[in-house]
Structure formats: C-alpha cells, structure tokens
Design a protein around this ligand. Sequence first.
Ligand code: UN1
Length: 511
Amino acid sequence: MAVSKSKPSTKPETYKNYIGGRWVKPLSGSSIENRNPADTRDLVGNFPASNAEDVSAAVSAAREAFPKWKAVPAPKRAELLFRWAQILVERKDAFATDMTREMGKVLKETGGDVQEAIDMTFYTAGEGRRLHGYTSPSELPDKFAMCVRQPLGVCALITPWNFPMAIPSWKMMPALICGNTVVIKPAEDTPLSTINLVKAAEAAGIPPGVINIVMGTGEEAGAALTQHPDVRLVSFTGSTDTGRIVAETTGRMGKICSLEMGGKNVIMVMEDADLDLAVEGAVWGAFGTSGQRCTASSRVVVHKRVYKKFVEKLAERTKTLVIGNGLKKNVEMGPVINEQALQKILSYIEIGKNIDGATLHLGGHRLDKGEHKNGFFVAPTIFTDVAPQMTIAQEEIFGPVLSIIPCRDLDEAIEIGNGVKYGLSSSIYTQDVNRAFHAMEAMNTGIFYVNSSTIGAEVHLPFGGTKATGNGHREGAMISSLDIFSEWKAIYVDYSGKLQKAQIDVFETPR
Ligand code: UN1
C-alpha cells in the first residue's frame, strides 16, 4: 500500500505469524505496512513479510498437528467451532471496526462480513454431527459396503482482501470440521481481520498447530505455500491470473486445488420491472464495497423501452451516495483498497471514454479534495450506451464502475449477459414469472437472483461460478464444501469366510 509522507496518527503495532500455537516473528525479519485506505496517515500496523522458511515452519506445525486433530471425534471438533462462533458474536463490533480501518468498506458492510463468518462457523459446527457417508448393497452375498469421508492433511488457504473474515471462514471451517489442519495466507492488505478470526479460534481452544497463519506477499509466501510438497490441497480465492498460476503449480505437483476467481456479473432489467427496486439493486450491486466484490453488478442490461428512465433514476440515486471514511456512520461508500487498484480503475475509465467510446454519464474521476485527500477514493461511475463487446463491459474492473447496456428483449439480454468469459452471478428484474424462470434456466452462472441484486449470497447455498470464474468447486453449502475438503474412502467387509471375487463370481438367484 502507498505510504503517505505525513506522520502516522497512531503508534504502529507490530504483528506476528501464528505457527504451532505461538505468535512468532517472521524469520525473514521483514514486514509490510498496512494503512487505512480512507486515510493513509493512519497506520494500522506492521505485518510479517514471510519467506519460504516461515512457510515451511507453518506447514511443519500443521503436519505435526494433523494426526491428533484427525483423531478428535468430529462432534468434539464441532464443539470448539460452536465456542469459536460465540466468541465471534461477542467481538463482532470490534472486528468490524478493525476491518473498516484496514480495508475501507463501511461499518455496516464489515459487520456483515463478520456476520458471514459467524453464520459459517455455526453452520459448519452443526455438520460435526453429520459428516455423512453412506452404506450401499454389495453385489456379493455376506459382504457389506459403505463409504466415509476422510481428511486430506495440510490444506493451504489463500484468501483475498475484499471479504477478509468471511472468505477465510468459508475455507477454514469446512477444512477443520473434516479433520484437516490449515495454513492460511491472507491478502497483504487485510491481515488483521484474519488475525482476529484466528485469535478467536485460539480463545475457543482450537489446539496448537491446527490453524497457522503466515502473512506476506503472494509472490513470496503464497508461492512457497502452493509449492510446498507437504501441502495436499490449495484453496484460492482471488484474481483469475493468480488462480491460473495456482492451478498450474498444483496440477504439476498433483495436489487438489479449488479456485474462486473473477466475475463480470449482470443485472437484466425488463420493461415490466419495478424500476425503483431495480435502481436500488443496481446501486447496491455496483457501488457496495466500492464495487470490489467478485459478485459486484458491473453490467446492467436494460430494455430499451425503460432505458432512459432507468438511467435517469439511477444517476439521481447514485448522486446521493455519501462517500468517505467508512468508520463514519453516515458514509455509504468507502475508498478502494490501494493505490494500485485506484490506478487500474482510473485506467479502465480512460479506456471506456477514449478507446471504447462509451458515454461517461456520471463520475469517472478520483476524489482527492477535503476529506478524500488522504485516501483512495473513486467517484461512483456510470457509463451509458455501452456495447456488449467493449473492454469495460468484458473485463473485471473491481471498482465502482458500472456499464449500462441497452437491449431489445429478454433473449438479447440473456445473450449479452452470458457473453463474457466469467460466470459467477446474474439477476433479472421482472414481474413476469415465466421470464424469470426462463432466465434462471438460460443464465450460465453459478448464482442467479430474481428481483434482487447480484450480491448477497448466504453461507448454506453453494457459492462459486462457471467458466473462467472457477474450476468446478463450490464453497458454502456443506455438501459442496465437504467435497473440497475431504475425500471418500470406500470400505468393503466380506463376512462370508471365503474368497469372493467381484465381477467374476456369479451370484445364483434361487428359483
Ligand atoms: C466476493 O464477492 O468475493 O454474495 C464474496 C456476496 C457476499 C460474498 C461475496 N456474501 O456478495
């Protein structure tokens, strides 16, 4: 993160990695500053810039803890998770404040992020008494067949900065309930929220070595973790470019890999839609979290009969958004995460104006005066008359930039909606149930909403996307997460007392 020349307003705290149940200084001896993106004079703290040796120490601790953790009965592992969830409830407000300070999104949203981790923890804890396998008839007599889930070993979790407690919880909880141990490498912009999650785990009594954190960059710590031979699975959420590197490395090394990557999500607004509702959904979807969600609504395809009216209403509503430091109660949109993100978003706005030739209807610039002076603020930006193939309508911008695309009818809306490389989330606003179901069936996305924005996934439904968004896995919903973090063992018990050969010995059906 960019460093301001001004004096820090608070005394910086120095944080440590958590390895084998102890908070330890990084062997690398280096650290990364974490500053508040709404005001870079505010130094949140110094966090380890770990190297391959730090990563190795964490993986060894996780490997050592694995047999003992695996041997804890799952309902007992679950009890620790219930306690952990309760501690998260108690610390929710403090954790939300820390998160807003390090990440920028407004307090209501960071409260939601912590709540998502609470929901995930309670939900997964319940699974400790299920973790169902199944029995199955055998084709041979006096033979019993069944299958059970078994843990994988050490799981590496690499998590992004936009949901710095929710996403670690989506990965950590199912990994742990299945009996795995984990090493987590949080994004360098938001390590504090993951530290908070793990401190709550420590307070709940999760044994040493079961959870380990190494902080640092993706290039160094993330790469070392992905390449470590004792890591059996890598679960990654982040950019498509980095995800592909993780996939290549894990593929080459024969590891299991689960990826959650980009999105270019669409809201389709039909001519019969409740326009005010659609406007609210578009504002929340496009500008919530300053557009920095993989589920953000970055495209709205609007029926040409209501196009003009929709754009007017949307621009009016967007102009009322209060933008500033998310720690202030009245603020509705915070900054973007860092200087690099700011520059990337501004460069897409330039492309939209000068290369794509779309109409810049609102915003389109940095806010850097008054209370925005020391932060990374981008005005909520709306492009109109966007054609589906324009760069701003195809690439993930990950900022508060919305493209409005006109359409003739539902079929064209669906074609435009599906006409991107990603497939995470999509939505339709209509009063017509037939159209809603038709769109639900036709949209090639992992998540679909009716009369609601593209964001707002709940933990007990599968989360993930098609095409370039993922590699076929789904987080959240227990069965799909358990399928990531466990593998099946098929068990046959032959109690016939003789050698029976499947597929060869023929069972004679009595006449
Ligand atoms: C993400 O965008 O990276 O549905 C995760 C939502 C949130 C999770 C988003 N519950 O927007």
